[in-house]
Design a protein around this ligand. Structure first.
Ligand code: G6P
Length: 364
């Protein structure tokens, strides 16, 4: 069947706007009442660690997954880029679950990495959007991303659903490993079910993002900062922006600013800071102030509490809906996407088919 843009200018815009629905679909597929219930269960109490492997934006989802699995289930996670993992030929023990994450299920490096882990790891798990793909077929378990067909080269709804699946699996692992009790599980599941509505509220910030993007479009370099799970989200912001707007962007962990990128800061550098109000907020704000002291132009992406506390002297503030910090990475994917999308539209690039990139890289 032919997929249409449904009134949107680009597939990417259509796919961004589908997210309340696709997110709600994946949550329904992985929950049952107030419990987490993945379509296929895997016992995370039977392993000592998880090795997550992917390429592109999937790799960033895995970086977020590490924070969730370690915090919620006390299960150590290593994250690897597939092309590094496959050739490093590192030790893979029988105490390790190897998890391969891919929208297409056909990325050559990720498939080769899966074949390396097979027979070595305790189990080969996968999170895949295309159900009939090679990665889904060859893995012991294939969890469906259920995002529907994604056409835009820059992944949006598949990325958000990858995050949602890693979060529900981390909660499931916590239940199995005794770090999450039934009451906390029910609380997390009810929070999850509110998320699609909160994502809709974030979509209502599109005009504001468009306005901010028209200013980002003038920059030649943009720095993204974040701390904790917002550090990988800074990577997502930078990746989306460079893919479709062709503006050079870089992501750094806020705490690492002083070890290099601070040398780049001057009045021509926009610095996007992802900082919802969470236990690390004050730390991130103090890094942000180091940027402002050097005349860097800070765009602070935070919630109303964060804005009330830290707006002074900031170039611009994007006020996001408030959410339990555990869910923030899913919500903050939205400004990453909207800022990149509107910057690209402003620059007039080919948003759905950016130069030199392919939707699925099936050769090395
Ligand atoms: C390409 C796409 C990216 C994607 C990556 C991994 O680079 O342009 O959007 O994240 O491949 O693809 P996969 O299908 O394995 O998730």
């Amino acid at each position: 069947t032919r997929i249409e843009k449904a009134g949107h200018r680009h597939f990417m815009a259509k796919e961004i706007h589908e997210q309340p629905q696709t997110l709600s679909d994946v949550i329904a597929a992985f929950t049952d009442g107030d419990r987490i219930a993945p379509p296929t269960d895997f016992d995370f109490a039977s392993v000592a660690r998880v090795q997550m492997v992917a390429c592109g934006t999937g790799y960033i989802a895995c970086m977020v997954g590490k924070y969730w699995f370690e915090a919620l289930a006390r299960l150590p996670v290593e994250v690897d880029i597939a092309s590094e993992y496959r050739y490093r030929e590192g030790p893979v023990g029988k105490d390790t679950a190897a998890l391969f994450l891919s929208q297409s299920g056909e990325t050559a490096d990720t498939l080769a990495a899966l074949r390396y882990a097979k027979g070595r790891a305790h189990a080969v798990l996968s999170v895949v959007n295309v159900a009939e793909s090679s990665i889904a077929r060859e893995a012991d378990v294939a969890w469906p991303i259920t995002a529907g067909v994604e056409i835009g080269v820059a992944s949006t709804k598949a990325f958000v659903n990858q995050l949602a699946i890693l979060l529900v699996l981390a909660i499931r692992a916590g239940v199995q490993r005794g770090t999450i009790d039934t009451a906390r599980e029910a609380e997390l599941v009810s929070g999850l079910k509110l998320l699609p509505g909160i994502v809709s509220q974030a979509l209502a910030l599109e005009d504001r993002c468009e306005d901010l993007a028209s200013r980002l479009a003038e920059a030649t370099d943009i720095l993204f900062l974040g701390r904790g799970p917002m550090y990988p989200m800074a990577h997502e912001g930078a990746l989306k922006l460079k893919e479709i707007s062709y503006i050079h962007a870089e992501a750094y962990a806020s705490g690492e600013l002083k070890h290099g990128p601070i040398a780049l800061v001057d009045r021509s550098l926009p610095v996007v800071v992802f900082a919802p109000m969470d236990p690390l907020f004050d730390k991130t704000v103090s890094n942000m102030q180091e940027v402002m002291a050097r005349e860097g132009q800070v765009l602070l992406v935070t919630d109303a509490d964060g804005a009330a506390q830290a707006s002074a002297g900031v170039w611009e503030v994007l006020v996001m809906p408030k959410v339990d910090p555990v869910f923030a990475p899913i919500l903050y994917a939205l400004p990453a996407q909207l800022l990149a999308y509107h910057t690209a539209v402003h620059k007039g690039t080919d948003v759905d088919q950016p130069r030199n990139l392919a939707k699925s890289v099936t050769v090395e």
